[in-house]
Design a protein around this ligand. Sequence first.
Ligand SMILES: *Cc1c(COP(=O)(O)O)cnc(C)c1O
Length: 483
Amino acid sequence: MTVAPARQWISSMSQFSPDRAAFDAAYGAAIDYRQSLGQRPPRAAVDPAALKAAFSTPLPDRPRPARQVIDDLVSAASAGLMANSGPNFFGWVMGASHPAGVAADWLTAAWGQNAGIYQTSPAAAAAEDAVARWLLDLFGLPRDCGFGLTTGATMAGFTCLTAARNTVLARAGWDIEERGVFGAPPITVLLGAEAHSTIFAALRYLGFGEDNILRVTADDEGRMVADDLKAKLARCEGPTIIIAQAGHINSGAFDPFTEIADIAAAHGAWLHVDGAFGLWARAVERLRPLADGVERADSWSVDGHKWLQAPYDTGFAIVRDADAHRRAMRIAASYLGASPDGERDPSSYAPELSRRARGFGVWAVMQALGREGITEMIERHCACAQHLKARLADEPGVEFLNQVVLNQAAIAFRSHAAPGHETLADKVIEQIQKRNRCFVAGAEWKGRKILRISIISADTDIEHVDLLADEIIAAWRAVRSEL
Ligand SMILES: *Cc1c(COP(=O)(O)O)cnc(C)c1O
């Protein structure tokens, strides 16, 4: 074995010493970007080949100064960035990464903490503890729930449903830790026919397939029909998990939790709620009744990077039975020292061991917004959705397919000149995207193509929704004139 000469070691080690120029370059580029957001075209109107080419430089043989690398990154990425942090972005349900969270996230990266266990970063664990208390309080959930910080609602759902699966099996006398999933008593999963696609992904990761899933009929707003749940459940025996939803992706609607919770309790089923953005209604006095009864569930998955505007990627897994939560996510090894009494090991509540200290960013966003900032933003977004509905009310052929109870609008188009024409929404979206003054996206719902609007970006206010309404009207009139 040859040993590298000491000089060589020293010169390569210096690559890791702090380089103010690189940090300054990143800071400058970040400020420039954020200040451009209001004016910037929201969609990355980029040539995919050019973008790929900009990144596809050869891997250098020798180390390069970090400053140069950061400059190169900025110029390679710029054209391909989507302005979802800006106020004119209405596509998908995406947040805007609050500046306080971004700044805290820079520190998170610079501190380079591993938030796996208390001992690898006591500060990260303490920050998670604090945000857990604040969030449980805002959502009106018991303080002693298990709380895990995940990458988003997908992994939060996965985390909660792992606890659900393991617990309902334990109640049926099956110890999953000893015996695994294969050969276990079958579990029936009931969920709304319009559950979010990521719930199905989480179920697949957990060993469930189509044969284990019963879809409960959804009503016109995409809400689970409680009577159908009851009827389907009456034919089920053995371990059962029910998955309900707070905030349907097209309509923003809420499942009837009180009825569902009664049914779940009568059957001894575990009730999970996917509340990726909708659970935030609980933080607003006026909207709270929409989610009545949601507090009776056994677990909840929520996003931080959507309505809270925490930096990507952040989600929250909340489980009423904290022991079940910990058992489901437990990672044990002799070298992972037990944390001092009562101190929290973040990895006991999430699927990873080594993990980013997401708690700092969430802590900073929640401190910066405060209760009132959070409430004001959510109410403003819901008022904006009402404003959009009012602005489009008199436009012939524009049809809202949902009641608009929250921040979501599902808009379809109809013309006597082209009856049964199914692609009108696509054409409207294409026009709006071409003009690129605001960003919208589409979907299919109730057998129709829709323009799907999410009002959720931190700075979005009435003026931006006026621009959106103007753009929809202009695009629709242009499409109609060509029919
Ligand atoms: C966004 C969303 C998810 C998935 O959340 P990610 O943060 O993308 O993992 C799940 N359910 C609903 C209702 C959502 O809106």
